[in-house]
Design a protein around this ligand. Structure first.
Ligand code: MEV
Length: 310
């Protein structure tokens, strides 16, 4: 049997901007998807991952395209000497946590383990990126990179097709966060395509948003390096305002953000695709983390208390 894992991720700065070659900051968090692969006469796929209601149904076609790509990539027949794939783990599938990248990374690692291919992390990341492309169109690669390598990264996509620029960020103290799920599952490709359309239709507005973001992410990286959590929180909220202007927020996301900041979160923003999905709130210290998590749960949403940059 072969086994592989893929981490969940959260984006602190730069979802969508990253698709256009602007830098973005992301971190893996301590929840993962586990894939197990065994020989089987016929292809079988069992998905035991926990999920927000409706996630797997909504993502069924995307998941099937990812699986198809990976079977072709590894030249595995669908019957007559195929494999069984079983997914599990403690990453609750939801929009915004990198669930599809964790699926791809875990399956690639499990196939490599099962077939004794000895793939390097770079090779695993390449294959996971191809699966992400098959699943969702034009991904930047930030999700699979986080899922494969883990850690805290500053990621810039190479628009020329060469290697992406990936720098590791380190912090003296892990950053405590609360992740919250709006319960709404989005299709990343549809939302990315819509942002492309809006940007094409409103060039002056988007040029200003782009330049505001550029300044903001540079300050964000400085704040992370200096361990200045107050400033980091302000900048995350600033990123949220830009994302909202790009029509990526929604009432549920706003309700979570407002509950989080009223309870004392230093900053909060949507994370990932947006128009639903997940929210990240910056909550240093266990007491604040508990308070913010409770305030969000009191509004009827599920949360996860975790740390990044460990
Ligand atoms: C999705 O987690 C992040 C997006 O920027 C898409 C991508 O980077 O591929 C919306």
């Amino acid at each position: 049997m072969g086994r592989g894992t893929g981490f969940g991720k959260t984006i602190l700065f730069g979802e969508h901007f990253v698709v256009y070659g602007l830098p973005a900051v992301a971190a893996a968090f301590g929840k993962k998807t586990i894939a197990e692969v065994e020989d089987s006469e016929q292809l079988s796929f069992t998905d035991n991952r926990p999920q927000t209601p409706g996630y797997k149904e909504r993502k069924r076609d995307e998941i099937n395209r990812q699986l198809d790509l990976l079977l072709d990539y590894f030249k595995i027949p669908r019957d007559g000497g195929s494999i069984s794939i079983t997914l599990s783990g403690d990453l609750v599938c939801a929009s915004g946590v990198g669930a599809s990248a964790a699926l791809a990374a875990s399956i690639v690692r499990a196939i490599s383990d099962h077939k004794n291919l000895g793939l390097s992390d770079e090779e695993v990341n390449d294959a996971a990126y191809k699966a992400e492309e098959a699943g969702s169109g034009t991904p930047s690669g930030i999700d699979n990179t986080c899922s494969v390598y883990g850690g805290f990264i500053l990621f810039t996509k190479n628009l020329e097709g060469g290697p992406n620029d990936i720098k590791t960020l380190s912090v003296d103290k892990p950053l405590d966060i609360v992740m919250a799920s709006s319960g709404i599952t989005q299709t990343t490709k549809e939302v990315v395509d819509d942002v492309r359309r809006l940007r094409g239709e409103n060039p002056t507005q988007y040029e200003r948003i782009w330049s505001d973001y550029r300044a903001l992410v540079d300050d964000g990286v400085e704040a992370i390096k200096e361990g200045n959590v107050e400033r980091l929180g302000e900048l995350m909220s600033g990123n949220q305002r830009l994302l909202a202007e790009m029509t990526l927020s929604c009432p549920q996301v706003e309700e979570i953000i407002s509950a989080a900041t009223s309870a004392g979160a230093l900053g909060a923003k949507l994370t990932g695709t947006g128009r639903g999905g997940s929210v990240i709130a910056l909550t240093p210290g266990e007491a604040l983390q508990d308070k913010v998590s409770k305030a969000i749960e009191d509004k009827g949403y599920t949360t996860l208390k975790t740390s990044i940059g460990i």
